[in-house]
Design a protein. Structure first.
Length: 262
């Protein structure tokens, strides 16, 4: 069971659901994944920690009225750990990223929010105070991050230069899928948008994947709880079975039952 007290630099270290209806979202994810919700007092306001037992699995935050008025949709925000968020934000900007929120204090650390050169949003996180243990790669916790992008070559170049990740392209059906490694650990994947997304002029975006015990049963449970199934359970040869879902507010996420790795 991988757990950590301090984020591993260059790894995805936190996930956060930004939702329109906080209580509704707590109920949905609590029923779907068995998470408990704990409210803590952080600047700039109350924050919901999502926990599996005593371990943290992510956070949840209610979209502000200002964000709603600006048309910000409910979504999952993915965080990457950096040593110095101010320097990392400047580096990202130099590499072609757009800074959506400049570095600011956020509870036990400092963070910024950027859009990579292809437009996908991402948070940069600098931890300053310990907050307990964080767990991933376990049933009903984060297990993978995937970028669907309008420009795979530009995105790959950015993340390799930004975080020092290594990239490996592998064939997957009709496209090349890029595996991203941090210090030898596979941490994420990157793929070009399928034709339907290109034709619809969809934006680039990161998707969080959660490991589940049964993909079909979890997808059906999400539907019964009022969520929706964007992509029904589908096999990925030699990898596992996955589905893409949306919660009651429309925030998208993926689930997967991975095959045992050799």
């Amino acid at each position: 069971m991988p757990t950590t007290h301090q984020p591993i630099l260059g790894n995805f270290c936190w996930i956060e659901a930004n939702v329109a209806d906080l209580e509704q979202a707590k109920g949905f994810y609590g029923e779907l994944f068995g998470w408990q919700a704990e409210t803590v007092k952080y600047p700039p306001g109350d924050y919901t920690l999502l926990k599996k037992g005593s371990d943290q699995v992510g956070g949840m935050f209610a979209l502000s009225d200002a964000a709603k008025q600006m048309g910000a949709p409910p979504s999952w925000l993915n965080y990457v750990a950096v040593a110095d968020v101010a320097l990392a934000t400047k580096k990202a900007e130099t590499l072609g990223a757009r800074v959506h929120k400049a570095p600011f204090d956020a509870g036990p650390g400092r963070m910024s929010i950027i859009g990579d050169p292809t437009g996908a949003g991402l948070a940069l996180w600098q931890s300053t105070n310990p907050t307990g243990t964080y767990v991933w790669l376990e049933t009903n916790t984060m297990c993978w991050q995937e970028l669907t992008t309008t420009d795979a070559a530009s995105a790959t170049k950015f993340y390799v230069e930004m975080f020092g990740w290594n990239a490996q392209s592998v064939p997957m059906g009709d496209l090349d899928y890029t595996l991203l490694y941090n210090a030898g650990q596979m941490v994420a994947g990157l793929m070009p948008q399928p034709k339907a997304m290109v034709d619809a002029k969809a934006p680039s975006f990161w998707t969080v994947y959660f490991e589940v015990a049964d993909c079909d049963a979890t997808a059906e449970k999400a539907r019964q709880l009022g969520g929706s199934i964007v992509m029904p359970p589908t096999d990925i040869p030699n990898v596992g079975r996955f589905a893409v879902l949306k919660d009651l507010d429309g925030a998208a996420f993926a689930i997967i039952k991975n095959k045992p790795r050799p």
